[in-house]
Design a protein around this ligand. Structure first.
Ligand SMILES: [Zn+2]
Length: 136
């Protein structure tokens, strides 16, 4: 049974999308909305300063004991290169841009006759099946 909220959201997106019905418009709006997410994160660093970027080379653990240990050590050693926490304003802006991005992803699903919830479930199953071996 499909999730009602996801399907309702997908239908609502379909009804809201009037101007940019062409797949070309949807693809480019989707890409543009992704760029706006990245821009909002960058502005949280450069304009607001609530989060800071502190990047350096990732240092991998040298010793690999058992499989579990090495995976655990790997996640402990690899850094996000980010310091601080989003302020309320930046969080709001980033959430809004991510929502816009999801809107165009859903629009892309609609025009290609794909179900957003099915995609989420397939990805969820892949993560649960492969677990820690699903390294990304
Ligand atoms: Zn901020």
């Amino acid at each position: 049974m499909k999730d009602v909220i996801f399907d309702d959201f997908q239908n609502s997106v379909n009804e809201c999308l009037l101007r940019h019905r062409s797949i070309l418009d949807i693809l480019t709006k989707y890409q543009e909305s992704q760029a706006k997410v990245n821009r909002a994160v960058a502005k949280a660093i450069t304009n607001c300063g609530c989060i800071k970027l502190s990047a350096e080379k990732q240092h991998l653990p040298e010793e690999y004991d058992s499989e579990d240990t090495s995976i655990r050590k790997l996640s402990e050693c690899l850094k996000s290169h980010m310091e601080g926490n989003l302020c309320e304003n930046c969080r709001e802006v980033i959430e809004r841009e991510m929502g816009n991005n999801i809107f165009y992803l859903t629009s892309l699903c609609n025009v290609l006759d794909l179900n957003l919830y099915d995609i989420l479930i397939k990805e969820y199953d892949k993560i649960n099946t492969l677990g820690k071996f699903n390294l990304r």
